[in-house]
Design a protein around this ligand. Structure first.
Ligand code: SF4
Length: 510
């Protein structure tokens, strides 16, 4: 097992450069969180290995090898018999790195760093500089040279035409040799290494803008103290302006966190929100009462029964497994629909679709959906513009769905975005500045929907993880069944939550 204290890795240095406290948590109280992004990255990593394994060459694959990987790497480099090393391990200055691909050339080694992104991102440069520094120093100690560093990333133009044929998925043309800056790495190591010692104390750092730059920090819930002050709602809940530097600077200068102390000159209107929505939020928290738009009655008049509540789940496959799809195309794999025929009747039990890797998944998805929502009545979806409408528009362009264009158009025409309806007509202090459906349900009296139980799927990224698990040949049957069950509960919870929102608005108006 890798050791825990008094050493760094590339990931730990990256954490520490973002925030010392984040590094401290990584070492002393790490969160064990599975993420879809890791599955996508691993699948891409496997394709990178396959891509470079093709030729008649001698390979050392250290993937998953934790027993003396540094010694094995050193031996391979010195032996002259190995041409390519996958997951080579190097240690220098108490810093361990694992490299994706290392290629021997007569005049030195080429280092390839694989990222499952679609292009070089600014945050890749410091990250890969750590890698190149440790590899360069280690190779130099062995009398060898690191001559080139390249980024390997996903080619967005790739479309899967034949199952299993990933020719063209990998772009390895990005030469970073002249773009990396290793100068600061020794100082970074010196500064960060003490935080990894067993006795180091958790640094006192408050949450702020750095918690999302360049990566969103997984420890935020554990770390956020801004709402701990009694009777004070923090100004950071204000959408869009709560994390802006000018407001943070102003509030820091005034030595306050209090939402009620934000001057109106900072407030800004925004499309899709009620005019003066920052003021609405401030005032609702002051009065401790929800706000309803006085025009709500007229808004509700536009909705035609039967009402439908609809939600889609999609996944960016990274390495596509469905023919005709691209790496980050949002593949729709699940829908849930609830139907409410009239105000005096209960909502129905709901319908769903859930498939993972059927080659005609998109056709099945849309055919069953057309049946479920019929041809009349308003269809509500939360943030419909971001997902549901986009997916439906995309399906019209797919060869196997084109014949259903007029029915798809009929669905699009009937969609109302429940998030926009809520943003224009309702706010409760319980929502803490957020119109996400999970925050809205907390504000609806007697609504029993709860997303917070341990082990639940609690968002779209967990749903993507469930798709990856269900398409993973190494995953157990039990875990796949468990994930299916959780997906069904989750998606149907979302559509019921939208129902409760709309029902609540109707009840308010009666
Ligand atoms: S939430 Fe912010 S302050 Fe806390 S560890 Fe993460 S980056 Fe640091």
């Amino acid at each position: 097992m890798p050791r825990k204290y008094d050493f760094l890795t590339k990931t730990k240095i990256t954490s520490g450069l973002q925030c010392h406290k984040k590094l401290w948590f990584d070492v002393h109280q790490p969160l064990k969180k599975e993420k879809a992004i890791f599955y996508g990255g691993n699948r891409f990593g496997s394709q990178v290995i396959k891509n470079y394994s093709k030729k008649e060459i001698n390979i050392l694959d250290l993937t998953g090898e934790f027993r003396q990987p540094v010694e094995k790497t050193t031996k391979a480099i010195n032996s002259e018999n190995i041409d390519i090393i996958f997951e080579a391990a190097f240690e220098f200055s108490n810093t361990l790195v694992r490299t994706d691909v290392l290629i021997r050339e007569p005049d030195g080694w080429i280092l390839l760093e694989a990222k499952s992104s679609t292009k070089l991102k600014p945050e890749h440069l410091p990250d890969i500089s750590i890698q190149s520094y440790v590899v360069r120093k280690s190779l130099n100690k062995l009398g060898k040279k690191l001559k080139k560093i390249k980024l390997v990333h996903v080619n967005t133009k790739f479309t899967l035409k034949k199952i299993g044929d990933y020719q063209g998925l990998i772009n390895d043309e990005n030469d970073l040799t002249e773009r990396l800056n290793e100068n600061e790495i020794p100082n970074n190591i010196k500064e960060l290494l003490p935080i990894t010692s067993k006795d180091s104390i958790c640094p006192k750092i408050s949450t702020g803008i750095h918690c999302n730059k360049p990566y969103s920090c997984d420890y935020f819930d554990r770390c956020d103290t801004s709402s701990n002050e009694k009777n004070i709602t923090p100004f950071t809940i204000l959408p869009y302006i709560g994390k802006s530097q000018d407001l943070i600077d102003y509030m820091t200068e005034k030595k306050t966190n209090d939402l009620q102390k934000v001057p109106t000159r900072f407030f800004k209107d925004r499309k899709d929100y009620a005019p003066g929505y920052h003021q609405i939020i401030q005032s609702a928290h002051k009065k401790k009462k929800p706000w309803f738009n006085s025009n709500l009655k007229n808004v509700l008049k536009n909705f035609k029964f039967p009402l439908y509540f609809m939600d889609f789940e999609t996944v960016g496959q990274v390495v596509p497994i469905i023919k005709g799809t691209t790496p980050y195309y949002p593949l729709p794999f699940q829908w849930s629909v609830h139907k409410w025929i009239s105000k005096d009747k209960p909502v129905d039990k709901g319908k769903f679709f859930l498939k993972f890797n059927d080659q005609d998944i998109e056709r099945q998805f849309i055919e069953t959906l057309i049946q479920a929502v019929g041809d009349k009545g308003t269809i509500f979806a939360h943030n419909a513009k971001g997902t549901e409408i986009k997916i439906l528009e995309k399906l019209k362009t797919k060869d196997n769905c084109k014949s259903l264009t007029s029915q798809i158009d009929n669905i699009i025409k009937r969609i109302e975005d429940s998030a926009i309806i809520a943003k224009h007509n309702f706010y409760s202090p319980i929502m803490n500045g957020d119109w996400g459906i999970k925050s809205i349900v907390k504000a609806i009296p007697n609504c029993k929907i709860n997303y917070e139980d341990e082990g639940n799927i609690s968002g779209g990224t967990d749903a993507q993880l469930a798709w990856f698990k269900n398409t993973d040949i190494n995953e157990t049957k039990e875990e796949k069944e468990n994930q299916k069950k959780l997906l069904l509960e989750y998606c149907s919870k979302d559509t019921l939550a939208i129902f409760h929102l709309i029902k609540y608005l109707f009840e308010y108006e009666q």
